[in-house]
Ligand binder design. Sequence first.
Ligand code: PHE
Length: 345
Amino acid sequence: MLDQLEKLAARASAELQKIASLEDLEGWRVSYLGRKSRLIEILRSLGDVAVEERRELGSRANQLKNSLESQLSIKKERLEQALHQLLEHNKIDITLPGEPYQPGNLHLTTKTVKEICDIFVSMGFQVVEGPEVEWERYNFEMLNMPAGHPARDGFATLWVDYQTKTGARPMLMRTHTSPTQPRVMEKSSPPIRVVAPGRVYRYEATDATHEWMFSQVEGFAIDKNITMADLKGTLFEFARRLFGQDRKCRFRVDYFPFVEPGCEIAIDCFMCGGKGCRLCKESGWIEILGAGMIHPEVLRGCGIDPDEYSGFAFGMGVERIPILRYGIDDIRLFYSNDLRFLKQF
Ligand code: PHE
Protein backbone atom coordinates (compact mmCIF):
# COMPACT_ATOMS: atom_id res chain seq x y z
CA MET A 1 0.00 0.00 0.00
CA LEU A 2 2.95 2.24 0.63
CA ASP A 3 3.89 1.71 -2.94
CA GLN A 4 0.38 2.77 -3.99
CA LEU A 5 0.71 5.96 -1.96
CA GLU A 6 3.97 6.88 -3.67
CA LYS A 7 2.43 6.44 -7.12
CA LEU A 8 -0.59 8.45 -6.04
CA ALA A 9 1.61 11.30 -4.83
CA ALA A 10 3.51 11.45 -8.11
CA ARG A 11 0.37 11.32 -10.26
CA ALA A 12 -1.42 13.99 -8.20
CA SER A 13 1.47 16.44 -8.44
CA ALA A 14 1.91 15.86 -12.15
CA GLU A 15 -1.77 16.41 -12.85
CA LEU A 16 -1.92 19.50 -10.69
CA GLN A 17 0.81 21.09 -12.77
CA LYS A 18 -1.36 20.98 -15.90
CA ILE A 19 -4.46 22.48 -14.32
CA ALA A 20 -5.35 25.97 -15.55
CA SER A 21 -8.85 26.65 -14.29
CA LEU A 22 -10.65 26.68 -10.96
CA GLU A 23 -13.21 24.17 -12.25
CA ASP A 24 -10.49 21.68 -13.17
CA LEU A 25 -8.88 22.26 -9.80
CA GLU A 26 -12.12 21.31 -8.07
CA GLY A 27 -12.17 18.12 -10.16
CA TRP A 28 -8.64 17.38 -9.02
CA ARG A 29 -9.60 17.96 -5.41
CA VAL A 30 -12.52 15.55 -5.66
CA SER A 31 -10.42 12.80 -7.20
CA TYR A 32 -7.44 13.03 -4.82
CA LEU A 33 -8.88 14.40 -1.59
CA GLY A 34 -12.61 13.75 -1.97
CA ARG A 35 -14.53 11.35 0.24
CA LYS A 36 -14.35 8.61 -2.36
CA SER A 37 -10.70 9.18 -3.29
CA ARG A 38 -8.15 6.40 -2.87
CA LEU A 39 -6.17 8.34 -0.27
CA ILE A 40 -9.15 8.96 1.99
CA GLU A 41 -10.18 5.31 1.54
CA ILE A 42 -6.73 4.22 2.72
CA LEU A 43 -6.87 6.57 5.71
CA ARG A 44 -10.33 5.28 6.60
CA SER A 45 -9.25 1.64 6.43
CA LEU A 46 -6.13 2.02 8.59
CA GLY A 47 -7.92 0.19 11.41
CA ASP A 48 -7.93 -3.01 9.36
CA VAL A 49 -4.24 -2.87 8.64
CA ALA A 50 -1.83 -5.04 10.61
CA VAL A 51 -0.32 -3.15 13.54
CA GLU A 52 3.23 -3.47 12.25
CA GLU A 53 2.36 -1.71 9.00
CA ARG A 54 -0.17 0.73 10.43
CA ARG A 55 2.21 3.30 11.88
CA GLU A 56 4.31 3.77 8.78
CA LEU A 57 1.39 3.67 6.42
CA GLY A 58 -0.65 6.02 8.61
CA SER A 59 2.08 8.59 8.87
CA ARG A 60 2.82 8.45 5.15
CA ALA A 61 -0.85 8.76 4.24
CA ASN A 62 -1.36 11.72 6.56
CA GLN A 63 1.76 13.34 5.26
CA LEU A 64 0.52 12.95 1.71
CA LYS A 65 -2.88 14.35 2.64
CA ASN A 66 -1.26 17.43 4.16
CA SER A 67 1.01 17.84 1.19
CA LEU A 68 -1.85 17.58 -1.30
CA GLU A 69 -3.92 20.05 0.69
CA SER A 70 -1.17 22.61 0.74
CA GLN A 71 -0.45 22.11 -2.98
CA LEU A 72 -4.17 22.64 -3.58
CA SER A 73 -4.32 25.90 -1.67
CA ILE A 74 -1.20 27.29 -3.36
CA LYS A 75 -2.56 26.41 -6.80
CA LYS A 76 -5.95 27.88 -5.95
CA GLU A 77 -4.42 31.15 -4.89
CA ARG A 78 -2.40 31.36 -8.12
CA LEU A 79 -5.38 30.69 -10.31
CA GLU A 80 -7.48 33.27 -8.50
CA GLN A 81 -4.75 35.82 -8.83
CA ALA A 82 -4.44 35.18 -12.58
CA LEU A 83 -8.20 35.51 -13.01
CA HIS A 84 -8.22 38.74 -11.08
CA GLN A 85 -5.44 40.15 -13.24
CA LEU A 86 -7.31 39.17 -16.38
CA LEU A 87 -10.47 40.90 -15.21
CA GLU A 88 -8.51 43.93 -14.11
CA HIS A 89 -6.87 44.13 -17.50
CA ASN A 90 -10.06 43.70 -19.52
CA LYS A 91 -12.41 45.82 -17.50
CA ILE A 92 -14.23 48.67 -19.21
CA ASP A 93 -13.07 52.12 -18.26
CA ILE A 94 -16.25 54.15 -18.31
CA THR A 95 -14.33 57.38 -17.87
CA LEU A 96 -12.75 57.07 -21.34
CA PRO A 97 -14.35 59.28 -23.99
CA GLY A 98 -16.92 57.33 -26.02
CA GLU A 99 -16.65 56.48 -29.68
CA PRO A 100 -18.57 59.28 -31.36
CA TYR A 101 -21.06 57.97 -33.87
CA GLN A 102 -21.95 59.92 -36.97
CA PRO A 103 -25.22 61.76 -36.62
CA GLY A 104 -27.10 61.83 -39.89
CA ASN A 105 -28.13 65.03 -41.58
CA LEU A 106 -31.02 66.07 -43.73
CA HIS A 107 -30.56 65.71 -47.45
CA LEU A 108 -29.58 68.90 -49.23
CA THR A 109 -32.85 68.83 -51.20
CA THR A 110 -34.92 68.40 -48.02
CA LYS A 111 -33.09 71.30 -46.40
CA THR A 112 -33.70 73.54 -49.38
CA VAL A 113 -37.38 72.58 -49.57
CA LYS A 114 -37.74 73.44 -45.88
CA GLU A 115 -36.01 76.75 -46.37
CA ILE A 116 -38.27 77.67 -49.29
CA CYS A 117 -41.46 76.58 -47.54
CA ASP A 118 -40.54 78.38 -44.31
CA ILE A 119 -40.36 81.66 -46.19
CA PHE A 120 -43.82 81.19 -47.69
CA VAL A 121 -45.29 79.88 -44.44
CA SER A 122 -44.16 83.11 -42.78
CA MET A 123 -46.18 84.95 -45.45
CA GLY A 124 -49.33 82.99 -44.62
CA PHE A 125 -49.05 80.09 -47.07
CA GLN A 126 -50.01 76.55 -46.12
CA VAL A 127 -47.93 73.51 -47.11
CA VAL A 128 -49.72 70.66 -48.91
CA GLU A 129 -48.52 67.65 -50.87
CA GLY A 130 -49.86 65.81 -53.88
CA PRO A 131 -49.22 62.34 -55.29
CA GLU A 132 -46.19 61.59 -57.45
CA VAL A 133 -48.14 59.06 -59.50
CA GLU A 134 -50.74 61.28 -61.07
CA TRP A 135 -53.65 61.26 -63.49
CA GLU A 136 -53.22 62.85 -66.88
CA ARG A 137 -56.29 64.88 -65.98
CA TYR A 138 -54.54 66.82 -63.19
CA ASN A 139 -51.10 66.90 -64.78
CA PHE A 140 -52.35 68.19 -68.15
CA GLU A 141 -56.07 68.50 -68.88
CA MET A 142 -57.15 70.62 -65.96
CA LEU A 143 -54.08 72.77 -66.54
CA ASN A 144 -55.36 73.77 -69.94
CA MET A 145 -53.35 71.18 -71.85
CA PRO A 146 -55.90 68.88 -73.49
CA ALA A 147 -54.74 65.80 -75.42
CA GLY A 148 -52.71 66.87 -78.44
CA HIS A 149 -51.75 70.23 -76.95
CA PRO A 150 -48.26 71.10 -78.18
CA ALA A 151 -47.14 72.21 -74.70
CA ARG A 152 -47.31 68.58 -73.62
CA ASP A 153 -44.22 67.97 -75.73
CA GLY A 154 -42.29 70.19 -73.36
CA PHE A 155 -42.92 67.69 -70.57
CA ALA A 156 -41.16 64.44 -71.49
CA THR A 157 -43.57 62.15 -69.71
CA LEU A 158 -43.08 58.80 -67.98
CA TRP A 159 -46.38 57.00 -68.46
CA VAL A 160 -47.42 54.33 -66.01
CA ASP A 161 -48.22 50.97 -67.54
CA TYR A 162 -51.87 50.99 -66.54
CA GLN A 163 -54.72 50.60 -68.95
CA THR A 164 -58.42 51.31 -68.45
CA LYS A 165 -61.17 49.10 -69.89
CA THR A 166 -61.44 51.45 -72.83
CA GLY A 167 -57.72 51.08 -73.58
CA ALA A 168 -56.67 54.51 -72.34
CA ARG A 169 -53.44 55.00 -70.37
CA PRO A 170 -54.27 57.93 -68.11
CA MET A 171 -51.66 57.43 -65.38
CA LEU A 172 -48.24 59.06 -65.30
CA MET A 173 -45.40 60.21 -63.07
CA ARG A 174 -46.19 63.87 -62.55
CA THR A 175 -43.96 66.06 -64.70
CA HIS A 176 -44.37 69.09 -62.45
CA THR A 177 -45.98 70.04 -59.13
CA SER A 178 -48.67 72.11 -60.90
CA PRO A 179 -51.29 69.31 -60.66
CA THR A 180 -51.53 70.27 -56.97
CA GLN A 181 -53.29 73.43 -58.19
CA PRO A 182 -56.46 71.75 -59.52
CA ARG A 183 -56.31 69.20 -56.69
CA VAL A 184 -56.45 71.93 -54.05
CA MET A 185 -58.87 74.19 -55.97
CA GLU A 186 -61.33 71.34 -56.48
CA LYS A 187 -61.52 70.64 -52.76
CA SER A 188 -61.41 74.11 -51.24
CA SER A 189 -62.68 77.58 -51.89
CA PRO A 190 -60.82 80.89 -51.83
CA PRO A 191 -59.06 82.46 -50.10
CA ILE A 192 -56.32 79.93 -50.89
CA ARG A 193 -52.61 80.32 -50.20
CA VAL A 194 -50.68 77.14 -50.71
CA VAL A 195 -47.14 75.89 -51.34
CA ALA A 196 -46.69 72.31 -52.53
CA PRO A 197 -43.21 70.79 -52.56
CA GLY A 198 -42.48 67.43 -54.13
CA ARG A 199 -40.65 65.22 -56.56
CA VAL A 200 -41.32 65.36 -60.27
CA TYR A 201 -40.25 63.08 -63.12
CA ARG A 202 -39.15 63.59 -66.70
CA TYR A 203 -38.40 60.97 -69.31
CA GLU A 204 -34.95 62.25 -70.13
CA ALA A 205 -31.40 61.01 -70.54
CA THR A 206 -29.34 62.11 -67.55
CA ASP A 207 -26.27 64.28 -67.75
CA ALA A 208 -24.63 66.91 -65.56
CA THR A 209 -27.62 69.25 -65.91
CA HIS A 210 -30.51 66.78 -66.33
CA GLU A 211 -32.00 64.26 -63.96
CA TRP A 212 -35.06 62.11 -64.60
CA MET A 213 -36.22 62.91 -61.07
CA PHE A 214 -35.91 66.25 -59.32
CA SER A 215 -37.91 68.46 -56.98
CA GLN A 216 -40.13 71.47 -57.37
CA VAL A 217 -42.03 73.80 -55.11
CA GLU A 218 -45.37 75.00 -56.45
CA GLY A 219 -47.11 77.98 -54.96
CA PHE A 220 -50.42 79.70 -55.61
CA ALA A 221 -52.77 82.21 -54.08
CA ILE A 222 -56.41 82.72 -55.03
CA ASP A 223 -58.66 85.43 -53.64
CA LYS A 224 -60.70 88.44 -54.71
CA ASN A 225 -58.62 91.12 -56.41
CA ILE A 226 -55.34 89.20 -56.62
CA THR A 227 -53.24 90.90 -59.26
CA MET A 228 -49.89 90.65 -60.92
CA ALA A 229 -48.65 93.15 -58.31
CA ASP A 230 -49.28 90.52 -55.59
CA LEU A 231 -47.33 87.97 -57.58
CA LYS A 232 -44.49 90.40 -58.03
CA GLY A 233 -44.41 91.53 -54.41
CA THR A 234 -44.56 87.99 -53.04
CA LEU A 235 -41.85 86.58 -55.29
CA PHE A 236 -39.62 89.61 -54.95
CA GLU A 237 -39.77 89.25 -51.18
CA PHE A 238 -39.07 85.54 -51.50
CA ALA A 239 -36.04 86.08 -53.73
CA ARG A 240 -34.56 88.62 -51.36
CA ARG A 241 -35.02 86.41 -48.32
CA LEU A 242 -33.45 83.46 -50.07
CA PHE A 243 -30.66 85.16 -51.97
CA GLY A 244 -30.00 88.36 -50.03
CA GLN A 245 -31.69 91.68 -49.36
CA ASP A 246 -30.08 93.59 -52.20
CA ARG A 247 -31.20 91.17 -54.94
CA LYS A 248 -32.89 92.62 -57.97
CA CYS A 249 -35.65 90.74 -59.80
CA ARG A 250 -36.38 90.65 -63.50
CA PHE A 251 -39.80 89.67 -64.81
CA ARG A 252 -40.00 88.57 -68.42
CA VAL A 253 -42.87 87.23 -70.46
CA ASP A 254 -43.01 83.47 -70.74
CA TYR A 255 -45.66 81.00 -71.79
CA PHE A 256 -47.33 78.26 -69.79
CA PRO A 257 -50.85 77.16 -70.88
CA PHE A 258 -52.19 77.33 -67.33
CA VAL A 259 -51.31 80.98 -66.67
CA GLU A 260 -52.15 84.20 -68.47
CA PRO A 261 -50.08 86.26 -68.53
CA GLY A 262 -47.12 84.03 -67.80
CA CYS A 263 -43.66 85.08 -66.81
CA GLU A 264 -40.23 83.90 -65.93
CA ILE A 265 -38.47 85.45 -62.99
CA ALA A 266 -34.74 85.97 -62.75
CA ILE A 267 -32.56 87.49 -60.05
CA ASP A 268 -29.43 89.49 -60.68
CA CYS A 269 -26.45 87.17 -60.40
CA PHE A 270 -25.32 86.98 -56.76
CA MET A 271 -21.85 85.94 -57.83
CA CYS A 272 -20.93 88.91 -60.04
CA GLY A 273 -23.66 91.31 -58.99
CA GLY A 274 -24.95 91.43 -62.55
CA LYS A 275 -21.72 92.18 -64.37
CA GLY A 276 -21.63 88.78 -66.05
CA CYS A 277 -19.72 85.66 -65.06
CA ARG A 278 -19.57 81.90 -65.53
CA LEU A 279 -22.49 81.28 -63.15
CA CYS A 280 -24.92 83.54 -64.99
CA LYS A 281 -23.44 82.61 -68.36
CA GLU A 282 -22.33 86.22 -68.84
CA SER A 283 -25.93 87.47 -68.84
CA GLY A 284 -25.94 88.98 -65.33
CA TRP A 285 -29.26 87.21 -64.61
CA ILE A 286 -30.23 83.82 -63.19
CA GLU A 287 -33.66 82.39 -63.93
CA ILE A 288 -35.20 80.89 -60.83
CA LEU A 289 -38.86 80.23 -61.55
CA GLY A 290 -41.87 80.24 -63.84
CA ALA A 291 -45.04 82.03 -62.78
CA GLY A 292 -48.16 83.85 -63.89
CA MET A 293 -51.78 84.67 -63.24
CA ILE A 294 -53.85 81.47 -63.09
CA HIS A 295 -55.72 81.06 -66.36
CA PRO A 296 -59.49 81.76 -66.04
CA GLU A 297 -60.20 78.42 -67.73
CA VAL A 298 -58.22 76.60 -65.02
CA LEU A 299 -60.20 78.36 -62.28
CA ARG A 300 -63.50 77.64 -64.02
CA GLY A 301 -62.59 73.98 -64.51
CA CYS A 302 -62.13 73.65 -60.76
CA GLY A 303 -65.41 75.31 -59.89
CA ILE A 304 -63.99 78.73 -59.04
CA ASP A 305 -65.68 81.68 -60.77
CA PRO A 306 -62.99 83.66 -62.62
CA ASP A 307 -65.22 86.75 -62.66
CA GLU A 308 -65.14 86.82 -58.89
CA TYR A 309 -61.73 85.40 -58.12
CA SER A 310 -58.23 85.58 -59.51
CA GLY A 311 -54.95 84.07 -58.51
CA PHE A 312 -51.27 83.79 -59.18
CA ALA A 313 -49.13 80.66 -59.38
CA PHE A 314 -45.45 79.88 -59.56
CA GLY A 315 -43.23 76.84 -59.76
CA MET A 316 -39.52 76.50 -59.11
CA GLY A 317 -36.86 73.83 -59.34
CA VAL A 318 -35.41 73.04 -55.92
CA GLU A 319 -32.02 71.49 -56.75
CA ARG A 320 -31.19 74.44 -58.92
CA ILE A 321 -30.90 76.67 -55.87
CA PRO A 322 -28.06 74.81 -54.09
CA ILE A 323 -26.49 74.13 -57.49
CA LEU A 324 -26.20 77.88 -57.97
CA ARG A 325 -25.30 78.64 -54.38
CA TYR A 326 -22.55 76.08 -53.92
CA GLY A 327 -21.37 75.77 -57.49
CA ILE A 328 -22.36 72.07 -57.69
CA ASP A 329 -21.40 71.02 -61.17
CA ASP A 330 -23.42 67.84 -61.56
CA ILE A 331 -27.09 67.41 -60.62
CA ARG A 332 -26.63 63.62 -60.52
CA LEU A 333 -24.71 64.04 -57.24
CA PHE A 334 -28.02 64.72 -55.46
CA TYR A 335 -29.38 61.20 -55.89
CA SER A 336 -26.34 58.98 -56.32
CA ASN A 337 -26.01 58.40 -52.56
CA ASP A 338 -22.38 59.38 -52.29
CA LEU A 339 -21.98 60.29 -48.61
CA ARG A 340 -18.81 62.28 -49.33
CA PHE A 341 -21.06 64.71 -51.19
CA LEU A 342 -24.15 64.53 -48.96
CA LYS A 343 -22.27 65.03 -45.67
CA GLN A 344 -21.00 68.41 -46.76
CA PHE A 345 -24.33 70.12 -46.30
N1 PHE B 1 -45.11 73.88 -63.84
C1 PHE B 1 -44.18 74.71 -64.55
C2 PHE B 1 -42.95 73.88 -64.95
O1 PHE B 1 -42.72 72.83 -64.41
C3 PHE B 1 -43.77 75.92 -63.77
C4 PHE B 1 -44.89 76.87 -63.48
C5 PHE B 1 -45.69 76.71 -62.37
C6 PHE B 1 -45.16 77.93 -64.34
C7 PHE B 1 -46.73 77.60 -62.09
C8 PHE B 1 -46.18 78.81 -64.08
C9 PHE B 1 -46.96 78.64 -62.97
O2 PHE B 1 -42.21 74.28 -65.80
